[in-house]
Each structure stands twice: as C-alpha cells, then as structure tokens.
Design a protein around this ligand. Structure first.
Ligand code: NDP
Length: 490
C-alpha cells in the first residue's frame, strides 16, 4: 500500500451511516482518530455522521472517548482539531430528502477546502435491514459529481445464498464493483499480509504449501466472551457459522490456499481467491460439529450463564455458539488436506490463528523420537500478531535428545503508528482505492454456495447442539472430529 500524501489537494468526505451504533464508536472512530493523529489522512478529510438519533459532535465525542487511544500528555490539541472535522447530520434512512441535506452538508465543507476534486466514502455501520434503502438513496442523492464515490459494507452479507443474491443485486444496481468494498478487517492484519510475503518471496515456504507436505490446517477464532446482550438477537438468528465462517474464516482460507496470482494486484488476487473458492467441496453434516455453551455449574456470575439462560435468548434456542467444519479442496495442490474451521464463544481463551501442520519427517534417525513430530507454521492475528514455526531441535547437553522449539518470524516487531489494527489498514485501502483485501461480490456468492446446504440442514432439521461448559475448550467431540480428519493436538 502506497502512503497517502497528506498534502494532496483533494477533498474527502467520509460518511458513517449508523454512527450512533457500537461498531462506529468502538472501531471506526478510534481507527479514524489513530490515522488522523499519525498524519495518515489527507488534509481535506472530513467525517460526517448520518443516523436517526439526534447525535451532536459533543455527545459523540464523550461516547467514543473510552475507545480512543489517546495520550493525554501529547495529543489533546490534535484531538480537539480532529473533532473540528466531524459533522453530524440527522436523518431517516428511507427519506431521500435527508440524503439531499447530507449531500449539501458535504458540498459546503468540500467547497471550503477550495479544491477541484471531492471524493466521497460511504461506510455502512448499520444492520442489514436498512442496507437497501441506504445504498439506493446514497447513490441517487449524494454521490460525488467531481471525484470518485466508494461504499464500504460490513457483514453480514445476507443470511444464505438466496438473500445474498438479493443484497448483491441491490448493491450492484447502485454501485459498480470497483466502488464496492465488502469489509474484512482480518485480511488487513499484518500477519496475513506477511503470510503472502512469506509464501511468494521465499523458496522454503512457497515450495511446501501443498498436499505433499501439509497434513492438515486448522483455522480458529476463539473468544472467551459470551454473546453480548447488544448482539443477542442478531447472533441467535445467525449463529456462529454465519457470524464468522461465511466471511472472515473462509476468506483467510482462500488467501492461504490460492495459487500464485499473476501479479500483486486486486484483480489478480481476487481472481485466484475465487478460483480456489470454487474448488472447495460442499461439506455435509458429517463434517460438522455444533455446540452451545452452558453454565459450568461453578459460576455464580450471571454473565457466565449458559446461552439459553440469557434473558435475551429463547429457552429452546438450538443456535450453535461453537462450530467445527471440515472443508476439503478439490484441486491438485490441496487434495486430501483437511481444512478445519473452528469458532466459538465463551471458550477458555481469546485467540485467532491459523495452524498449518506439516507431515512428520520421513526419516527416523532418532529411533522413534521424531516419528510423530510435526512442524507447524502458526499465523496468529490475536491477541497479538505473531508468525512462528514450531520445530524440533536438539536439547542442550551431551546427549542427542530432541526438544520442541519455535522459530519466531517476528511480524510484530516493527509496528506501525500506535494502535493500528485491521480497521486502520482497511480504511487506508479504501481511501487509496486498493480492493486487494476486500471480497469481490462473486467471491461471497461462492462462499454461500459452500455453506448454504449445511446451514439449511441446521435450519430445517434443527439438530440439537452438543453442550460445553462456559470457559472450557469446547466439546470433546470437536477435538475427536479434528483428529479423525488428520489434525494432531499437542
Ligand atoms: P448497531 O445495532 O449498534 O446499529 C448501528 C446503528 O444502526 C444504530 O445505532 C441505529 O442508529 C441504527 N439501527 C439499528 N437498528 C436499526 C433498525 N432496525 N432500523 C434502522 N436503523 C437501525 O450495529 P453495530 O454498530 O454493532 O454494527 C453495524 C453493522 O456492522 C451490523 O451490520 C453488524 O452486523 C456489523 N458488524 C458489527 C461489528 C461490531 O463489532 N459491532 C463487527 C462486525 C460487523 P440510529 O437509530 O441512530 O439510526
């Protein structure tokens, strides 16, 4: 990604639709502030909020303060300046005239900058029920007449293949593919981009990523937290597979497994990702383990109760809060390798990582000591970004005994500006027009092709999920399923 020239002459209007919500407060404003503080936004960059609530800059500023990475000794002056660039517009999502008012508010600020080109970014931090109204009205009433207009959409991208197609049609009727950014902040993590560098600029790793060397791959997103009250309705309706697997996790899978793109461009990468997604076989229910957390019997804390004990969840809900799905790719590179997706809430820790597990060494000079040993390449994106290789080395001393060791590839060593996370990187990509790390709409279509059969089985057959204790490692059956598929837990 090329750095943005902060002195470029253009004006930018960044509109947060749904700015009164959780995502805007906890992720977007902190990321925008971090970029502003570190001089990574162009000078003519203005932020507009649009929502039904009567939001004022003063109140918004108070509401987002707990989430801002603010150094009181260094930043206060700059922080005040940041807020002079924020303008609140109140409006209803279904009222075209309110979008006209928004367009006028943007035009006033853009004119003050005295430039010839004004660019606009619409960020939909909104629930899907209003996506259609907002995309239609925004495209008709407030796109830029002198520059470009881009739209960023947050998951969920539909609920299944049918609802996604309606969403895609509506979005593509209002905006061209080159204007659409389907957000996936996990792909913007340094560790994922480092994997790309590792794979394509090093003989060692590039040559080993195939079925001849790799035994199994596990992609995990684990959270210690229960489903929060604010997301309960959504989560109960969507479940863990739709929440995490049908977007972030499969995108990570596609980035890991795609063939070499012709060049490092958005078009080439997206084409390769789509190709490998098309080769992912549709799983059946035999490839799936579903579970739901329950009170572990030791917790007095009501926040650690079982999923169906939350006041906001129906008592008879079968919505899985944990899922394991084994996917397989039908191509020459990956045939026979299981890709195990595992995601859960209320588990023993919070961690997002990929473990690429290699086959054991095919020589045995250590008389069985290394027979079951597997190298692992681990890409961890949270809680810290790490890239390391698990290997076996000689134990220090006279005897030739083996020990487990790690080769740290240190992606975290040179962090960028303070507080940069996936959102900062993604926002910069949108400003620069780099769609490499955003899904093309046909990629998401393919993802629904993969998951829709098991999702409709879950919906119509209502299989009873297994139970696991709050704060545990998840159901034992999931571990057994992963082991049967070929993964080894150490
Ligand atoms: P919220 O539920 O907080 O909603 C955001 C805003 O949308 C609200 O403040 C409200 O603004 C408006 N809104 C809410 N419900 C309705 C409705 N039924 N009709 C019209 N307007 C409504 O959502 P989040 O901020 O948590 O998330 C926004 C989007 O991003 C969602 O699609 C979510 O799935 C997705 N997302 C969220 C993440 C998170 O961390 N929170 C992570 C990843 C994705 P007002 O009434 O003022 O107009």
């Amino acid at each position: 990604m090329l750095p943005i020239d902060p002195h470029n002459e253009m004006a930018y209007s960044f509109v947060v639709f749904g700015a009164s919500g959780v995502l805007a407060k906890q992720k977007l404003f902190p990321a925008l502030w971090a970029l502003y503080r570190d001089h990574r936004l162009p000078q003519g960059f203005k932020i507009f909020t649009f929502c039904r609530s009567h939001l004022q800059t003063k109140t918004l500023r108070l509401q987002v303060l707990p989430y801002m990475d603010l150094d009181k000794s260094r930043d206060p002056k700059k922080y005040n300046l940041f807020w002079t660039n924020v303008h609140c517009v109140q409006g209803e999502y279904d009222r075209p005239e309110h979008y006209v008012a928004l367009g006028e508010a943007m035009a006033r600020q853009e004119a003050k900058h005295g430039q010839v080109q004004a660019n606009r970014i619409f960020y939909l931090a909104l629930p899907p029920v209003v996506f259609d109204q907002v995309t239609l009205n925004a495209s008709r009433k407030c796109t830029s007449s002198s520059g470009w207009t881009r739209i960023v959409v947050e998951k969920p991208f539909g609920r299944d293949d049918v609802s996604y197609r309606a969403f895609q049609t509506s979005l593509c009727n209002s905006f061209r593919e080159s204007q659409i950014y389907l957000m996936d902040h996990l792909l913007s993590r340094q560790v994922m981009q480092n994997f790309f560098a590792l794979r394509y600029s090093n003989h060692l790793w590039g040559e080993t990523l195939n079925h001849r060397h790799v035994a199994a791959v596990m992609i995990s997103v684990k959270s210690e937290l229960s489903v929060s009250a604010g997301r309960a309705d959504y989560f109960n309706h969507f479940g863990i597979i739709r929440d995490l697997m049908t977007n972030h996790m499969v995108q990570v899978l596609a980035m890991l497994t795609m063939d070499q793109p012709y060049a490092n461009t958005a078009d080439d990468l997206r084409a390769e990702r789509l190709k490998v997604l098309r080769q992912v076989l549709t799983p059946t229910m035999a490839d799936v383990v579903l579970a739901q957390y329950r009170n572990n019997g030791r917790e007095a804390d009501p926040a650690k109760c079982g999923f169906t004990e939350h006041s906001y969840v129906p008592k008879d809900s079968f919505t899985p809060t944990f899922a394991l799905v084994v996917l397989r790719i039908n191509n020459r590179r990956w045939t026979g390798v299981p890709f195990i997706l595992r995601a859960g809430q209320a588990l023993n820790d919070t961690k997002s990582e990929v473990r690429i597990q290699y086959k054991p060494a095919d020589c045995d000079v250590f008389h069985g000591e290394s027979a079951d040993a597997r190298n692992e390449l681990v890409l961890r994106s949270s809680p810290t970004e790490e890239l390391f290789m698990r290997v076996r080395l000689k134990r220090h001393g006279e005897d030739l005994c083996l020990r487990e060791s790690e080769i740290n590839l240190r992606v975290d060593e040179r962090r960028g500006p303070r507080g940069v996370d996936g959102y900062c990187g993604s926002l910069l990509n949108v400003i620069q027009g780099d769609q490499t790390l955003f899904m093309r709409t046909d990629e998401q279509c393919e993802i629904w092709r993969i998951f829709s059969p098991i999702l409709s089985s879950i919906e119509f057959d209502r299989p009873r999920p297994l139970h696991y204790d709050f704060g545990s490692r998840g159901p034992l059956q999931a571990y057994r399923q992963a082991e049967r598929a070929g993964f080894v837990f150490f």
